[in-house]
Design a protein around this ligand. Structure first.
Ligand SMILES: Nc1ncnc2c1ncn2[C@@H]1O[C@H](COP(=O)(O)OP(=O)(O)OP(=O)(O)O)[C@@H](O)[C@H]1O
Ligand SMILES: [Mg+2]
Length: 243
């Protein structure tokens, strides 16, 4: 199986984990922090760098971290499905145009879309480049990848894909080798300005310091610390706690 397939978004969440429906939980304890997280997620879903390129959603279990992270990811996938050219950055677009010219392809195959700023070559790029990984599972796959040769492909995908969701960072006790891998992924994305969403149950001071430091850099990212309670028991019971 290719690395991209191993890092696919869980398909069933295309319906359930979206910005709409989203319960603002207005009036419940911590709802303001939830509103901030939702605002940040919406900015990122639109591809705006208002909150930088690294969004960290932190909080206790069941507050909606994975939901929001996946909601961003699905918005990106759907934007790609509607307008495949629109997810290219200006630099990427330039590179593609330049390489075409170098190979004497000229402008053939390209056409101007409506506003004369966006260029498209039919059928390109092929893939939305949106990837999702639960950190524990990703590290297991990377470890296994040493045997079946997928290690470098997976690592490259994690470091360079357009949008990466790293779900449940720090959830598990990790060996130094495994922590080093997460560090490499976060560092590569931090430096290269690649879009990243991290979810974690841990407060910053319990994450590995090098990783926490990068996530906390306000010039490149935003940490939304959600202080609401667990939403899971409220889901099916119309607000009544069944247990
Ligand atoms: N504000 C909300 N509106 C609608 N659904 C929500 C909301 N918050 C959470 N949910 C739903 O509650 C469930 C738990 O949310 P989610 O999995 O995102 O929690 P989490 O913060 O990632 O928890 P954990 O730390 O255990 O992974 C999901 O089914 C999610 O869709
Ligand atoms: Mg989660």
């Amino acid at each position: 199986m290719a690395a991209g397939d191993l890092l696919a978004l869980p398909t069933q969440t295309r319906e359930t984990c979206r910005l709409e429906p989203w319960d603002s939980r207005r009036g419940q304890p911590g709802w303001e922090s939830l509103a901030v997280a939702c605002w940040a997620a919406r900015r990122m879903a639109l591809g705006y760098r208002t909150v930088g390129h690294m969004l960290t959603l932190a909080g206790e279990t069941g507050v909606g971290k994975t939901h929001l992270a996946l909601a961003i990811a699905w918005e990106w996938v759907e934007r790609f499905e509607r307008e495949p050219w629109s997810i290219l950055t200006n630099d990427e677009l330039l590179k593609v145009l330049e390489s075409g010219i170098r190979r004497h392809e000229g402008w053939e195959g390209w056409r101007v879309i409506s506003d004369e700023r966006n260029w498209r070559r039919p059928g390109w790029p092929k893939d939305h480049g949106v990837r999702f990984a639960r950190v524990g599972e990703l590290l297991d796959m990377l470890q296994k990848g040493y045997e079946d040769g997928l290690y470098y492909e997976l690592l490259d995908e994690c470091q360079n894909c357009r949008l990466l969701v790293l779900d449940d960072l720090g959830h598990q006790r990790e060996t130094p080798w495994r922590l080093e891998i997460v560090d490499r992924i976060v560092d590569a994305r931090y430096i290269s300005g690649r879009w990243t969403v991290v979810t974690t149950n841990l407060p910053g001071d319990q994450l590995p310091p090098r990783i926490a430091s990068r996530l906390r850099d306000r010039s490149t990212g935003f940490v939304a610390a959600i202080e609401a309670g667990d939403y899971r028991p409220l889901k099916s019971s119309n607000g009544r706690r069944p247990w």
